[in-house]
Design a protein around this ligand. Structure first.
Ligand SMILES: [Zn+2]
Length: 80
């Protein structure tokens, strides 16, 4: 039972990792990809602060990967 759960969990983690590798950018959760916030009539709006008006953000998995890659790069540079 537990083994099955671990296998399913690993599979989902792998899928998520692949997704982050293929699509590193996700929709901004704050403005849902529009890049701005405003009134419903659209006459008054301001850029989204979370994504700085871009409408996309780097996914959490990709951020972890970038952090890890940076650490590895630093370790390799230090080893030389
Ligand atoms: Zn946004």
């Amino acid at each position: 039972m537990i083994v099955k759960l671990v296998i399913v969990g690993l599979g989902l983690a792998l899928l998520y990792a692949a997704e982050c590798a293929i699509w590193p950018l996700g929709k901004c959760w704050c403005c849902s990809g529009t890049g701005k916030h405003g009134r419903d009539d659209g006459k008054v709006w301001r850029p989204c602060r979370i994504c700085a008006g871009k409408g996309s953000r780097i996914r959490v998995g990709r951020r972890v990967w970038n952090w890890y890659a940076g650490k590895r790069r630093a370790a390799r540079a230090a080893a030389k």
